[in-house]
Write a protein of this length. Structure first.
Length: 201
């Protein structure tokens, strides 16, 4: 029962701390993950973080939480809309975005336990759409539980994939969001990105 409370708290925090905006090109309103198409303000990353770029990916490093992840190079960093979101990036067309949220949680949980809780009671997550896939994926030095959710838009469906990595009492939630057609084309690079996630244990 306590684990169910932790699960509900995790999702509540993710959706409350996310931003709410719209993708005007597709007339879609999405909570937590969409970035306003008109928002083109690129913000410099804080000094504690560094960015290194190779031909296909950019490396984002965060020294406060001791983690790094590579993201596709066509994504540009933007100002996060919430204090809990420590990194936000949008693609060149402002159709897709990536967010990283970090939270301290009261009870330690593993990716496997989280995945089992999702399997037992997917409705308890209170997600804004239908879960179409869930599972576990390996990152550089950890496991990530993931949930893939379909959100119905006015002119296009949106796919929201959230990966959850737990390290002691810290939860990292990495979200990839895009219209279905775009998401399907970028899915390989999203999976390559999450596999590069590395946190000091």
């Amino acid at each position: 029962m306590k684990k169910h409370f932790v699960l509900l708290l995790i999702f509540f925090v993710i959706f409350i701390s996310g931003c709410s905006s719209s993708n005007e090109k597709n007339n879609i309103s999405v909570t937590n993950t969409s970035v306003n198409k008109q928002s083109t303000n690129k913000s410099p990353m804080p000094e504690k973080n560094s960015i290194k770029q190779n031909s296909a990916m950019k490396l984002y490093e965060n020294t406060k939480y001791n983690f790094s992840i590579e993201i596709p190079k066509e994504f540009d960093y933007v100002s996060p809309k919430s204090p809990n979101i420590i990194m936000s990036a949008v693609d060149e067309s402002h159709i897709a975005n990536i967010n990283i949220l970090v939270r301290t949680i009261d009870e330690q949980i593993t990716a496997e336990e989280f995945n089992n809780l999702v399997a037992e009671d997917p409705q308890s997550l209170n997600l804004p759409g239908e879960i179409i896939d869930r599972g576990i994926i390996n990152t550089q030095n950890n496991k990530a539980a993931y949930v893939l959710c379909m959100l119905k838009g006015k002119s296009s469906d949106i796919l929201l994939q959230q990966f959850y990595i737990f390290n002691k009492n810290i939860m990292f939630a990495i979200s990839y969001v895009a219209p279905k057609k775009y998401f399907d084309n970028c899915k390989k690079s999203y999976y390559e990105s999450i596999k590069t996630f590395n946190v000091e244990v």
